[in-house]
Write a protein that binds this ligand. Structure first.
Ligand SMILES: Cc1ncc(COP(=O)(O)O)c(C=O)c1O
Length: 380
């Protein structure tokens, strides 16, 4: 087990051991030749993760700051924004657009279901002046994957821009920015990058850059034109988060060394394992469109979800997430990103089983132990 407390939340995640070492290294200043090299290397290699030829950026902010950066650099007050909402983070982006003076049109979808590209097309038929579409690649609150490629096919045929919150997708599964014609994509360090919270990553398409140039600037910290100018000089605009960027540089090299396909397949394997075990345990998936990065499982009706999670934390030292808002107490969400070994997966299953047995849902621990080992055979 890599930690005595097992952290299998959909972010923050267990850190890569090498990252833990890097984080304890002596500090260097961010305006030094030593840091310049790391900064340049990390910026160049980020493009590989976005699968783009456009400049990629890192910001000292959480993911929400990255969402704000994408939005505020392309939105003029009063413009129409179509917000695709199938969970808590969709709600957040719609609220943000409203706060920046957009006219927000909501495409509300029941939680657990994915967006439909055909429906998006209908919104464009009703409103030919939509300027921006907002969507989560993976809506983490419901562990639901949205069909980004299909949606981008619709949006790319219009003058509107497609902004995608890829905070639990970028680095976790295939989401090629250029090939899929995504206009703005954001990721977060505390997810597939195996780092602590504190960096967000953003990238804009050529189509988006044209809009940036004609958008009334309403941000100081997130002004992407100023950030680009600084980056082209080999500098960051403001003080950089040196420890995290050093960790990022290591992770990006590692991802390149292994290749994205292999990196993604490890995450997908954990998702497959979790779903197979859930079936054996008699637990149903919540989402109708499950994501590789996180799985949501419905709790049996006789299990008190709040107490169950409390037991997991206090007695079993296992952090998985519960449901938010309307799903509070009804689901648990298990993350597949981060540094997770096969032993961690097995141990997670055993701790869950013990906690279920104490919370009105009986399972045979020996049988679960055997089935889990069989599924994990050959994995490290
Ligand atoms: C899809 C999605 N969007 C946005 C966020 C917000 O990111 P942060 O908490 O880093 O601001 C999260 C965080 O879990 C997320 O999963």
């Amino acid at each position: 087990m890599s930690n005595s407390i097992l952290l299998l939340a959909p972010g923050p995640v267990q850190l890569h051991p090498k990252v833990q070492t890097i984080l304890s290294m002596p500090m260097v200043h961010h305006r030094t030749p030593e840091f310049d090299l790391i900064f340049k290397s990390a910026l160049d290699n980020l493009k590989f993760i976005f699968q783009t030829r456009q400049p990629a950026f890192m910001l000292s902010s959480t993911g929400t700051g990255g969402m704000e950066c994408l939005l505020v650099n392309v939105l003029n007050p009063g413009e129409k924004v179509l917000a695709i909402i199938n969970g808590k983070f969709g709600e957040r982006w719609a609220e943000m657009a409203q706060a920046y003076g957009a006219e927000v049109i909501r495409y509300d979808i029941p939680w657990g279901q994915a967006a439909s590209a055909d429906e998006v097309k209908k919104y464009f038929e009703q409103h030919n002046d939509i300027k921006i579409v907002l969507v989560q690649a993976c809506e983490t609150s419901t562990a639901t994957k949205n069909p980004i490629q299909e949606i981008s096919t619709v949006v790319a045929n219009t003058p509107a821009l497609l902004l995608v919150d890829g905070i639990t997708a970028l680095g976790a599964y295939h989401i090629p920015m250029d090939e899929w014609k995504i206009d703005g994509l954001v990721g977060g360090s505390q997810k597939a990058f195996m780092l602590p919270t504190g960096l967000s990553f953003v990238c804009f398409s050529e189509k988006a850059w044209k809009k940036i140039k004609i958008t009334k600037n309403r941000t100081y910290y997130f002004n992407i034109q100023n950030e680009l100018a600084a980056n082209l000089r080999g500098e960051c605009l403001f003080s950089a988060n040196v420890p995290l960027i050093r960790g990022l540089d290591y992770i990006l090299h590692r991802m390149q060394h292994h290749g994205l396909t292999k990196h993604f397949s490890h995450i997908a394997q954990r998702a497959n394992y979790t779903r197979s075990m859930a079936k054996i345990m008699g637990l149903e998936l919540f989402s109708q469109s499950p994501s590789e990065s996180v799985t949501a499982l419905k709790l049996p009706p006789n299990v008190n979800g709040v107490k169950f999670r409390d037991d997991l934390e206090k007695k079993y030292h296992l952090t998985v997430m519960g449901g938010q808002d309307q799903l509070k107490g009804k689901i648990i969400r298990i993350g597949h990103m981060g540094y997770i070994t096969a032993r961690d997966l097995h141990e997670t299953t055993l701790r869950l089983t013990r906690a279920f047995n104490e919370n009105n849902y009986q399972m045979n621990l020996n049988e679960i132990d055997y089935q889990s080992k069989t599924l994990l055979e050959g994995q490290v």
